[in-house]
Design a protein around this ligand. Structure first.
Ligand code: BGC
Length: 336
Protein backbone atom coordinates (compact mmCIF):
# COMPACT_ATOMS: atom_id res chain seq x y z
CA UNK A 1 0.00 0.00 0.00
CA UNK A 2 2.81 2.45 1.03
CA UNK A 3 4.67 1.52 -2.13
CA UNK A 4 1.58 2.34 -4.22
CA UNK A 5 1.17 5.74 -2.53
CA UNK A 6 4.84 6.49 -3.22
CA UNK A 7 4.32 5.75 -6.93
CA UNK A 8 1.23 7.97 -7.08
CA UNK A 9 3.27 10.76 -5.43
CA UNK A 10 6.06 10.39 -8.02
CA UNK A 11 3.59 10.42 -10.91
CA UNK A 12 1.86 13.59 -9.62
CA UNK A 13 5.23 15.33 -9.14
CA UNK A 14 6.34 14.41 -12.68
CA UNK A 15 3.04 15.61 -14.14
CA UNK A 16 3.31 18.90 -12.22
CA UNK A 17 6.84 19.36 -13.50
CA UNK A 18 5.77 18.76 -17.14
CA UNK A 19 2.81 21.18 -16.86
CA UNK A 20 5.02 23.94 -15.34
CA UNK A 21 7.70 23.40 -17.99
CA UNK A 22 5.08 23.70 -20.77
CA UNK A 23 3.61 26.87 -19.20
CA UNK A 24 7.09 28.38 -18.96
CA UNK A 25 7.85 27.49 -22.58
CA UNK A 26 4.54 29.04 -23.77
CA UNK A 27 5.25 32.34 -21.95
CA UNK A 28 8.82 32.48 -23.23
CA UNK A 29 7.66 31.95 -26.83
CA UNK A 30 4.95 34.62 -26.44
CA UNK A 31 7.42 37.19 -25.10
CA UNK A 32 9.89 36.33 -27.84
CA UNK A 33 7.29 36.65 -30.62
CA UNK A 34 5.95 39.91 -29.22
CA UNK A 35 9.41 41.43 -29.03
CA UNK A 36 10.35 40.51 -32.56
CA UNK A 37 10.70 43.59 -34.74
CA UNK A 38 8.00 43.85 -37.37
CA UNK A 39 10.74 44.43 -39.85
CA UNK A 40 13.94 42.38 -39.78
CA UNK A 41 16.86 44.81 -40.13
CA UNK A 42 18.68 42.30 -42.35
CA UNK A 43 16.63 43.36 -45.38
CA UNK A 44 17.33 47.05 -44.82
CA UNK A 45 19.84 48.76 -47.06
CA UNK A 46 22.20 51.58 -46.07
CA UNK A 47 20.33 53.95 -48.32
CA UNK A 48 17.03 53.82 -46.36
CA UNK A 49 16.72 56.59 -43.80
CA UNK A 50 13.68 55.58 -41.81
CA UNK A 51 11.39 52.68 -41.16
CA UNK A 52 7.65 53.46 -40.98
CA UNK A 53 4.68 51.19 -40.40
CA UNK A 54 1.19 51.77 -41.79
CA UNK A 55 -1.53 49.79 -39.97
CA UNK A 56 -4.95 49.72 -41.69
CA UNK A 57 -8.11 48.31 -40.12
CA UNK A 58 -8.19 45.58 -42.77
CA UNK A 59 -5.22 44.50 -44.85
CA UNK A 60 -6.78 43.47 -48.12
CA UNK A 61 -9.55 46.04 -48.25
CA UNK A 62 -9.56 47.75 -51.68
CA UNK A 63 -9.81 51.18 -50.06
CA UNK A 64 -6.77 50.54 -47.85
CA UNK A 65 -4.79 49.20 -50.79
CA UNK A 66 -5.13 52.73 -52.25
CA UNK A 67 -3.82 54.28 -49.02
CA UNK A 68 -0.94 51.79 -49.18
CA UNK A 69 -0.27 52.67 -52.82
CA UNK A 70 0.04 56.37 -51.99
CA UNK A 71 2.23 55.65 -48.97
CA UNK A 72 4.50 53.33 -50.98
CA UNK A 73 4.88 55.95 -53.74
CA UNK A 74 5.97 58.56 -51.19
CA UNK A 75 8.26 56.04 -49.46
CA UNK A 76 9.94 55.29 -52.77
CA UNK A 77 10.54 58.97 -53.45
CA UNK A 78 12.09 59.49 -50.02
CA UNK A 79 14.00 56.20 -49.58
CA UNK A 80 11.92 55.03 -46.64
CA UNK A 81 11.17 51.46 -45.65
CA UNK A 82 7.40 51.30 -45.41
CA UNK A 83 5.67 48.27 -43.98
CA UNK A 84 1.97 47.75 -44.48
CA UNK A 85 0.65 45.37 -41.82
CA UNK A 86 -2.84 44.90 -40.43
CA UNK A 87 -5.57 42.44 -39.49
CA UNK A 88 -6.76 40.10 -42.24
CA UNK A 89 -10.32 40.95 -41.27
CA UNK A 90 -11.33 44.06 -39.34
CA UNK A 91 -10.65 43.34 -35.67
CA UNK A 92 -9.86 46.04 -33.14
CA UNK A 93 -7.86 43.83 -30.71
CA UNK A 94 -5.66 42.54 -33.50
CA UNK A 95 -5.26 46.06 -34.89
CA UNK A 96 -4.03 47.28 -31.51
CA UNK A 97 -1.66 44.32 -31.09
CA UNK A 98 -0.04 45.15 -34.41
CA UNK A 99 0.42 48.81 -33.44
CA UNK A 100 1.97 47.72 -30.12
CA UNK A 101 4.27 45.32 -31.89
CA UNK A 102 5.42 48.06 -34.27
CA UNK A 103 6.12 50.32 -31.29
CA UNK A 104 8.01 47.54 -29.46
CA UNK A 105 10.23 47.08 -32.49
CA UNK A 106 11.12 50.79 -32.29
CA UNK A 107 10.17 51.89 -35.77
CA UNK A 108 10.66 55.57 -36.62
CA UNK A 109 6.99 56.37 -37.17
CA UNK A 110 3.55 54.74 -37.05
CA UNK A 111 0.54 55.63 -39.21
CA UNK A 112 -2.82 54.21 -38.30
CA UNK A 113 -6.47 54.99 -37.53
CA UNK A 114 -7.83 56.13 -34.21
CA UNK A 115 -10.82 53.83 -34.40
CA UNK A 116 -12.20 54.57 -30.97
CA UNK A 117 -11.28 56.82 -28.11
CA UNK A 118 -11.39 54.23 -25.35
CA UNK A 119 -8.99 51.71 -26.85
CA UNK A 120 -6.81 53.76 -29.20
CA UNK A 121 -6.13 56.98 -27.26
CA UNK A 122 -4.15 55.38 -24.39
CA UNK A 123 -2.01 53.36 -26.80
CA UNK A 124 -1.30 56.30 -29.07
CA UNK A 125 -0.37 58.41 -26.04
CA UNK A 126 2.01 55.79 -24.72
CA UNK A 127 3.75 55.45 -28.09
CA UNK A 128 4.13 59.22 -28.54
CA UNK A 129 5.43 59.55 -24.95
CA UNK A 130 8.07 57.00 -25.93
CA UNK A 131 9.16 59.33 -28.74
CA UNK A 132 7.67 57.52 -31.70
CA UNK A 133 5.50 59.92 -33.72
CA UNK A 134 2.01 58.69 -34.60
CA UNK A 135 0.03 60.09 -37.51
CA UNK A 136 -3.63 59.13 -37.59
CA UNK A 137 -4.87 58.46 -41.11
CA UNK A 138 -8.51 58.30 -42.31
CA UNK A 139 -9.91 58.24 -38.74
CA UNK A 140 -8.66 60.67 -36.14
CA UNK A 141 -8.16 60.27 -32.38
CA UNK A 142 -8.52 64.01 -31.67
CA UNK A 143 -8.16 63.71 -27.88
CA UNK A 144 -4.98 61.69 -28.05
CA UNK A 145 -1.43 62.97 -28.28
CA UNK A 146 -1.21 61.88 -31.92
CA UNK A 147 1.32 63.99 -33.74
CA UNK A 148 -0.99 64.82 -36.65
CA UNK A 149 -4.11 63.67 -38.54
CA UNK A 150 -4.55 63.36 -42.26
CA UNK A 151 -7.89 62.34 -43.74
CA UNK A 152 -11.50 63.16 -44.33
CA UNK A 153 -13.53 65.34 -41.99
CA UNK A 154 -15.89 62.45 -41.32
CA UNK A 155 -18.73 64.46 -39.79
CA UNK A 156 -18.74 66.82 -42.78
CA UNK A 157 -18.61 63.86 -45.18
CA UNK A 158 -21.72 62.39 -43.53
CA UNK A 159 -23.40 65.78 -43.61
CA UNK A 160 -22.90 66.27 -47.36
CA UNK A 161 -24.19 62.73 -47.95
CA UNK A 162 -27.37 63.66 -46.06
CA UNK A 163 -27.79 66.90 -48.02
CA UNK A 164 -27.30 65.04 -51.32
CA UNK A 165 -29.91 62.42 -50.38
CA UNK A 166 -32.37 65.13 -49.36
CA UNK A 167 -31.93 67.01 -52.64
CA UNK A 168 -31.89 63.95 -54.91
CA UNK A 169 -35.05 62.46 -53.38
CA UNK A 170 -36.91 65.79 -53.24
CA UNK A 171 -36.99 65.56 -49.45
CA UNK A 172 -39.00 62.31 -49.37
CA UNK A 173 -37.42 59.02 -48.40
CA UNK A 174 -37.59 56.10 -46.00
CA UNK A 175 -33.93 55.57 -45.29
CA UNK A 176 -31.92 52.60 -44.04
CA UNK A 177 -28.29 53.08 -43.05
CA UNK A 178 -25.65 50.38 -43.30
CA UNK A 179 -22.55 51.39 -41.39
CA UNK A 180 -19.14 49.71 -41.33
CA UNK A 181 -19.05 49.52 -37.55
CA UNK A 182 -21.07 50.81 -34.62
CA UNK A 183 -17.86 51.05 -32.58
CA UNK A 184 -15.64 53.07 -34.93
CA UNK A 185 -15.62 56.84 -34.53
CA UNK A 186 -15.41 57.75 -38.24
CA UNK A 187 -18.49 55.61 -38.93
CA UNK A 188 -20.33 57.18 -36.00
CA UNK A 189 -19.43 60.66 -37.30
CA UNK A 190 -20.64 59.79 -40.80
CA UNK A 191 -23.96 58.61 -39.37
CA UNK A 192 -24.32 61.65 -37.08
CA UNK A 193 -23.46 64.13 -39.86
CA UNK A 194 -26.04 62.47 -42.10
CA UNK A 195 -28.77 62.49 -39.45
CA UNK A 196 -28.11 66.16 -38.67
CA UNK A 197 -28.31 67.04 -42.36
CA UNK A 198 -31.75 65.46 -42.79
CA UNK A 199 -33.28 66.17 -39.40
CA UNK A 200 -35.25 69.20 -40.60
CA UNK A 201 -36.63 67.33 -43.62
CA UNK A 202 -40.16 66.31 -42.65
CA UNK A 203 -40.40 63.77 -45.46
CA UNK A 204 -37.21 61.91 -44.56
CA UNK A 205 -37.29 59.16 -41.96
CA UNK A 206 -34.36 57.02 -40.87
CA UNK A 207 -36.02 53.65 -40.33
CA UNK A 208 -33.22 51.17 -39.71
CA UNK A 209 -29.49 51.03 -39.09
CA UNK A 210 -27.33 47.92 -39.37
CA UNK A 211 -23.63 47.09 -39.23
CA UNK A 212 -21.59 45.44 -42.01
CA UNK A 213 -18.23 44.91 -40.28
CA UNK A 214 -16.89 46.72 -43.39
CA UNK A 215 -17.53 43.71 -45.66
CA UNK A 216 -19.62 43.71 -48.84
CA UNK A 217 -21.05 40.29 -47.89
CA UNK A 218 -22.43 41.49 -44.58
CA UNK A 219 -23.63 44.74 -46.18
CA UNK A 220 -25.62 42.59 -48.64
CA UNK A 221 -26.98 40.36 -45.84
CA UNK A 222 -28.09 43.41 -43.86
CA UNK A 223 -29.70 45.03 -46.91
CA UNK A 224 -31.63 41.82 -47.51
CA UNK A 225 -32.73 41.72 -43.85
CA UNK A 226 -33.82 45.37 -43.94
CA UNK A 227 -35.87 44.93 -47.11
CA UNK A 228 -37.66 41.95 -45.59
CA UNK A 229 -38.33 43.65 -42.24
CA UNK A 230 -39.08 47.13 -43.62
CA UNK A 231 -40.45 46.89 -47.17
CA UNK A 232 -41.19 50.63 -47.03
CA UNK A 233 -37.45 51.44 -47.21
CA UNK A 234 -36.70 53.14 -50.53
CA UNK A 235 -33.31 54.74 -49.85
CA UNK A 236 -30.01 53.40 -48.51
CA UNK A 237 -26.94 55.15 -47.17
CA UNK A 238 -23.74 53.08 -46.88
CA UNK A 239 -21.03 54.65 -44.74
CA UNK A 240 -17.94 52.58 -45.60
CA UNK A 241 -16.38 51.73 -48.94
CA UNK A 242 -17.99 48.32 -49.51
CA UNK A 243 -21.44 48.98 -48.05
CA UNK A 244 -23.11 50.55 -51.10
CA UNK A 245 -21.64 47.77 -53.26
CA UNK A 246 -23.29 45.09 -51.08
CA UNK A 247 -26.55 47.04 -50.99
CA UNK A 248 -26.57 47.51 -54.80
CA UNK A 249 -26.15 43.77 -55.35
CA UNK A 250 -29.25 43.02 -53.29
CA UNK A 251 -31.28 45.84 -54.84
CA UNK A 252 -30.56 44.39 -58.29
CA UNK A 253 -31.54 40.89 -57.08
CA UNK A 254 -34.87 42.28 -55.87
CA UNK A 255 -35.23 44.28 -59.15
CA UNK A 256 -35.73 47.43 -57.10
CA UNK A 257 -33.16 49.63 -58.84
CA UNK A 258 -35.78 51.99 -60.30
CA UNK A 259 -37.50 52.76 -57.02
CA UNK A 260 -34.53 52.69 -54.62
CA UNK A 261 -32.00 55.44 -54.05
CA UNK A 262 -28.47 54.49 -52.91
CA UNK A 263 -25.70 56.78 -51.73
CA UNK A 264 -22.38 55.35 -50.59
CA UNK A 265 -18.79 56.14 -49.85
CA UNK A 266 -15.68 56.06 -52.05
CA UNK A 267 -14.93 55.52 -55.69
CA UNK A 268 -13.79 51.92 -55.94
CA UNK A 269 -14.18 50.44 -59.46
CA UNK A 270 -17.26 48.37 -58.42
CA UNK A 271 -18.97 51.50 -57.06
CA UNK A 272 -18.29 53.36 -60.30
CA UNK A 273 -19.70 50.42 -62.32
CA UNK A 274 -22.93 50.48 -60.28
CA UNK A 275 -23.09 54.26 -60.74
CA UNK A 276 -22.75 53.92 -64.51
CA UNK A 277 -25.67 51.46 -64.49
CA UNK A 278 -27.66 53.82 -62.27
CA UNK A 279 -28.04 51.39 -59.32
CA UNK A 280 -25.96 53.65 -57.06
CA UNK A 281 -26.97 57.31 -57.51
CA UNK A 282 -24.24 59.10 -55.62
CA UNK A 283 -21.08 58.57 -53.61
CA UNK A 284 -18.87 60.55 -51.27
CA UNK A 285 -15.39 60.90 -52.73
CA UNK A 286 -12.43 60.51 -50.39
CA UNK A 287 -8.74 60.68 -51.18
CA UNK A 288 -7.17 57.47 -49.87
CA UNK A 289 -4.10 57.62 -52.12
CA UNK A 290 -3.47 61.20 -51.05
CA UNK A 291 -3.84 60.27 -47.36
CA UNK A 292 -1.13 57.59 -47.64
CA UNK A 293 1.15 59.74 -49.75
CA UNK A 294 0.96 62.81 -47.56
CA UNK A 295 1.16 60.84 -44.30
CA UNK A 296 4.61 59.51 -45.27
CA UNK A 297 5.82 62.95 -46.41
CA UNK A 298 4.55 64.50 -43.17
CA UNK A 299 6.29 61.85 -41.09
CA UNK A 300 9.61 62.59 -42.81
CA UNK A 301 9.12 66.33 -42.23
CA UNK A 302 8.42 65.68 -38.55
CA UNK A 303 11.56 63.59 -38.11
CA UNK A 304 13.58 66.28 -39.85
CA UNK A 305 12.32 68.92 -37.44
CA UNK A 306 10.03 70.71 -39.90
CA UNK A 307 6.73 72.25 -38.88
CA UNK A 308 3.71 70.01 -39.62
CA UNK A 309 0.16 71.12 -39.03
CA UNK A 310 -1.71 68.81 -36.67
CA UNK A 311 -5.01 68.71 -38.58
CA UNK A 312 -4.93 68.02 -42.30
CA UNK A 313 -8.28 67.35 -43.95
CA UNK A 314 -8.25 65.87 -47.42
CA UNK A 315 -10.89 66.90 -49.96
CA UNK A 316 -14.39 65.40 -49.80
CA UNK A 317 -17.32 65.86 -52.15
CA UNK A 318 -20.39 64.05 -53.44
CA UNK A 319 -20.48 62.94 -57.06
CA UNK A 320 -23.29 61.62 -59.26
CA UNK A 321 -23.36 59.66 -62.49
CA UNK A 322 -23.06 62.83 -64.57
CA UNK A 323 -19.75 63.64 -62.86
CA UNK A 324 -18.22 60.53 -64.42
CA UNK A 325 -15.67 59.82 -65.67
CA UNK A 326 -13.59 61.05 -62.76
CA UNK A 327 -10.76 63.39 -63.59
CA UNK A 328 -7.53 61.51 -64.11
CA UNK A 329 -5.74 62.17 -60.85
CA UNK A 330 -3.46 60.13 -58.69
CA UNK A 331 -6.20 60.06 -56.06
CA UNK A 332 -8.50 57.90 -58.07
CA UNK A 333 -8.16 54.33 -59.15
CA UNK A 334 -10.67 54.71 -61.95
CA UNK A 335 -9.46 55.33 -65.49
CA UNK A 336 -10.78 58.51 -67.15
C1 BGC B 1 -13.31 54.23 -44.71
C2 BGC B 1 -12.26 53.32 -44.15
C3 BGC B 1 -12.77 51.91 -44.09
C4 BGC B 1 -13.23 51.49 -45.46
C5 BGC B 1 -13.83 50.11 -45.37
C6 BGC B 1 -13.78 53.72 -46.04
O1 BGC B 1 -14.85 54.52 -46.46
O2 BGC B 1 -12.81 55.55 -44.85
O3 BGC B 1 -11.93 53.71 -42.85
O4 BGC B 1 -11.79 51.04 -43.62
O5 BGC B 1 -14.20 52.39 -45.93
O6 BGC B 1 -14.13 49.54 -46.58
Amino acid sequence: MRKRMKWIGYTVAILLFIVSALAFLYCAVKVYVYQQPIHQPAVSSEKEKYHFVLVPEELDNDYWRLVEKGAKAAAKETDIILEYVGPKQANIEEHINIIEKAAASKVDGIMTQGLNEEQFTPIINEIVENNIPVITVDTDAPNSKRTAYIGTDNYYAGFIAGRALAEDTGGKANVAIITGSFAASHQQLRVQGFKDAVKKEKGIRVIAIEESNITRVQAAEKADKILKEHPEVNAFYGTSALDAIGIAKVIEQFHLEDETYIIGFDTLPETIDYMKKGTIEATVVQEPYEMGYRAVKMMVDLLEGKQVSSLNNTATKVIHKNDLPLRPARNYEVEP
